[in-house]
Design a protein around this ligand. Sequence first.
Ligand code: AMP
Length: 318
Amino acid sequence: MNLLIIGSVAFDSIKTPFESVEGTLGGSATFCSLAASFFTQPGIVAVVGEDFTSGHKKVLTNKNIDLEGLEQAPGKSFAWGGEYSFDLNSRTTLFTNLNVFENFQPKVPENYKKSEYVFLGNIHPLLQKDVLSQTTHTKFVGLDTMNYWIEKALPELKEVLRFVNILIINDSEAREFTHEHNLLKASKKILGIMDLMRQPILIIKRGENGLSMFQGSHIFSLPAYPLEDVADPTGAGDSFAGGFMGYITQTENTNWENLKLACVYGSIMASFSVEKLGTERLQEITQDEITRRFQDFKNLTHFEMNHPAAELLGINCN
Ligand code: AMP
């Protein structure tokens, strides 16, 4: 097990204008670990209820995800319901039933305690901090959160952020967090809360409009992978985080250029995730498909200026 992931393992009820599904396997740790499994071996720390069957388990073990840290407790699994509007970008949460998460006290298995790469997926910030405090050798810690926790546990969220290298959130969360509409200003405020000694990084996701990554005075922006058919955006953010952290864990390199590549792999995994309802598409991707999308991304974002044009404009293109 190389990448420790904490988050929710959930049953999701999703309504889009075109399709709907009830009680499908979801949750931040589920999407994240499935996406990361293409790059490294993830291990999950989470809790499920008695309604979590061996079939659900198999979805994760089929991808070699370590489940030693997945506790089964009396009661029902975390359940979440969301409904998307016609543009599939904005969503309303219909319900959040914490169920077994309400009394969850995470126990990091002995084997996971020395993990160097840790992703604190979307869950209560106190649980995120609790897991982190049980680890001893972290090199690179990522964190995701949600408006739900920004509204319900802001002081706890700010506290855990001090121990994190990278925060991955979406644009509306960044705005709500900082009360700043402008994302550049928001990014400065958020990086200011994080520990400067860690050279903190912030990624702000903008759904189908791509993302921006900030570290010190560096900014990098990437479009989303262009897709004709989007079935269900649920879990796109967690799949991004899984691809990103999986790639960083595999390459063990957190320099700025490699962080950009991690953004590309994160975006590729998010693009697959949204093509079918729930985790369906993540379960069937092949390495060849990932490689093809990487090449597409390269072509999509590459540009060069030829010498005559540069001379005309007085630009040094070397
Ligand atoms: P995303 O679309 O990336 O924001 O992630 C959606 C996933 O997050 C769904 O599978 C939900 O089960 C899970 N989720 C929704 N709300 C919460 C919450 N408050 N805490 C933890 N996980 C959540």
